[in-house]
Design a protein. Structure first.
Length: 451
C-alpha cells in the first residue's frame, strides 16, 4: 500500500509513478486523439453519418451524452463496489489480528496464577502458544493472498522451535495429496488442544466458563479470515466487466467522430476527446486495482506489515515484564484524583536512577565477558592511636533508599500543594462573598440617590 500525504507539493502527488493509473489511462486515450485528428484533417464530420442513418432530429452531442451516461453509470457502480471490497478487506484484517492477539493475551494472563508452582509447564505453554499464533496469522495471510503454495511465506516467530512431530504434520497436511488439509484449520485445532491440555495440567488455572471465551475469540478470528477469502475468491461479475469493456471500446471510437463534428479547431478537438476517454478509463482502472486488495501490488493492503505487527505484539507477550502486576504508590479520593489529571507521559515520572537501572536491564553484560581483576590489597600500616570520639560511619546510599527519599519528598510536596489549593479555594470564596456584599451596597446607595 502506498503511503502519501496531502500536505506536500501538488506536483509530488500528481506525478507520482508508482501505483498510478494515469499512464495506462493516457495510453488508452491516445488512439482516440489520433482518430479525431485524422477526421478533422480530412474534414470527415458527423453530418455525413447523420444523413445516412436518418438521424436528422438528433445532434451529435445528444447521442454522445446518452451513451456516456450509460457507461458512466456502469463504471461508477464498479468503482463503488471495488472501494467497498477494499475497505471491507482492511477492516477484516484488523479484526482478525485483534481477535487472535486478544486470545493469545488472555491465555498468557491466565497462566500467571500458577507460574511459580509449575514454572516448567507454564514456560513451555507460553513458548508454544506464541509460535503457533504467529504461524497461524502468517498462514492465514498466505491463504488470503493466494501465496500458500510458494516456498517462502510471511515471517513467523521461531517456527523451527516447535517439536519435530508438529512440524512434520504441518508440512504434510498441505503437501500430501492424500491429506490436502487446510493448514489454518490444523493450527487452530492445535492451539485448542494446547489450551485444553494446559488446563488439565494446571498451567492455566482459570474457571472453564471464562476460558471458553478464548475459544469464541479464536473462532471469530477464523470467521474474519473466511470473509477475507470470500473477497479473494469472488470476483466482480463477469457480465458487468464484459459490458464495461465493450462500451469503453465503442466510446473510444465514437468520441472522436462526435468531437470532429462539434469542434472547429483541431487542438480543441483533440483535447475534448482525450479528457472524457482518459477519465472513464482511469476510473475503470482504479476499480480493477481496488477489487482485489490482497496481494503484492503497490495499491494492495500491506500484508507484510500486518504480520510484522502481529509478531511484535506476540514478542511483547514473551517479555520478562509480561507478568508485572501494576499498583499505585498512594490512594486518592475522587476530588484529588480529578485534580491530578496530567498530560505528562510515564517517562516523565521516572527518576534518573531508574533510567540507569532500565538501561542496565536492557544492555546486560555478556556472560562470556572476562571478570574484572580483583583490586590489590591495601598495604598494611602501623596501627594508629584511636581518636577520642570516633564519628559513626555513614550508611552507603542505595537505589532503594534514593527512591524512597524521592517518593517521600514528592509526597510532602503534594501534601503542601493540596493544602495550598484548599487555602486558595477558601480565599476565592471569601473574595466572591465580599464582592457580592459590595455590589449589594452599591445598588442600595444608587436606589437611595434616585429616590
Amino acid at each position: 500500500m502506498i503511503d502519501y500525504s496531502n500536505d506536500g507539493w501538488f506536483c509530488c502527488l500528481v506525478f507520482a509513478w508508482r501505483g498510478s493509473v494515469i499512464p495506462m489511462a493516457m495510453v488508452e486515450s491516445i488512439p482516440s486523439a489520433i482518430i479525431v485528428a485524422f477526421l478533422m484533417y480530412f474534414e470527415v464530420t458527423f453530418d455525413e453519418f447523420q444523413q445516412k442513418a436518418d438521424l436528422d432530429s438528433l445532434s451529435p452531442s445528444q447521442l454522445w451524452a446518452a451513451f456516456s451516461a450509460s457507461l458512466l453509470f456502469l463504471i461508477s457502480f464498479r468503482t463503488n463496489t471495488a472501494y467497498s471490497r477494499f475497505w471491507e478487506g482492511t477492516t477484516l484484517l484488523h479484526q482478525m489480528f485483534g481477535e487472535w492477539f486478544d486470545a493469545a493475551s488472555c491465555l498468557i494472563a491466565f497462566s500467571t496464577l500458577d507460574r511459580k508452582k509449575k514454572a516448567a509447564q507454564v514456560a513451555d505453554f507460553r513458548a508454544t502458544l506464541v509460535r503457533l499464533f504467529s504461524l497461524l496469522h502468517g498462514t492465514a495471510l498466505e491463504e488470503i493472498a493466494l501465496t500458500d503454495s510458494e516456498e517462502f511465506g510471511y515471517p513467523s516467530l521461531d517456527t523451527g522451535g516447535l517439536d519435530r512431530e508438529t512440524l512434520k504434520y504441518l508440512a504434510e497436511c498441505k503437501s500430501n495429496p492424500a491429506l490436502n488439509f487446510n493448514r489454518v484449520e490444523v493450527l487452530i485445532h492445535m492451539i485448542q488442544n494446547l489450551v485444553v491440555n494446559a488446563q488439565d495440567d494446571g498451567a492455566i488455572k482459570i474457571p472453564p466458563p471464562i476460558l471458553s471465551r478464548v475459544f469464541q475469540t479464536i473462532s471469530r478470528g477464523q470467521v474474519n479470515l473466511a470473509n477475507c477469502k470470500k473477497i479473494t475468491s469472488t470476483l466482480f461479475p463477469f457480465p458487468y466487466a464484459q459490458l464495461i469493456a465493450l462500451l469503453l471500446f465503442v466510446f473510444r471510437l465514437g468520441t472522436p467522430a462526435v468531437m470532429a463534428s462539434i469542434c472547429t479547431s483541431q487542438p480543441w478537438g483533440i483535447f475534448f476527446t482525450i479528457v472524457p476517454v482518459f477519465c472513464l478509463y482511469a476510473l475503470n482502472l482504479v476499480a480493477t486495482e481496488l477489487e482485489l486488495p490482497f496481494g503484492s501490488d503497490p495499491n494492495d493492503l500491506p500484508l507484510q506489515e500486518f504480520q510484522e505487527h502481529m509478531n511484535t505484539s506476540l514478542v511483547m507477550l514473551s517479555h520478562d515484564n509480561v507478568d508485572n502486576i501494576p499498583h499505585t504508590v498512594k490512594t486518592m479520593n475522587f476530588r484529588k484524583l480529578q485534580e491530578s489529571t496530567t498530560t505528562l507521559r510515564p517517562s516523565c515520572f521516572i527518576s534518573k536512577q531508574d533510567e540507569v537501572e532500565v538501561g542496565k536491564d536492557q544492555d546486560p553484560v555478556p556472560s562470556s565477558a572476562p571478570a574484572p581483576a580483583p583490586a590489590p590489597p591495601p598495604p598494611v600500616a602501623a596501627p594508629a592511636p584511636a581518636p577520642a570520639a570516633a564519628a559513626p560511619a555513614a550508611a552507603p546510599l542505595t537505589a532503594a533508599a534514593v527512591e524512597q527519599a524521592a517518593l517521600t519528598g514528592v509526597g510532602q510536596l503534594m501534601t503542601k500543594f493540596e493544602d495550598l489549593t484548599e487555602q486558595l479555594c477558601k480565599l476565592s470564596q471569601q473574595v466572591s462573598q465580599h464582592t457580592e456584599i459590595l455590589s449589594k451596597s452599591s445598588r442600595c446607595k444608587a436606589s437611595t440617590v434616585s429616590m
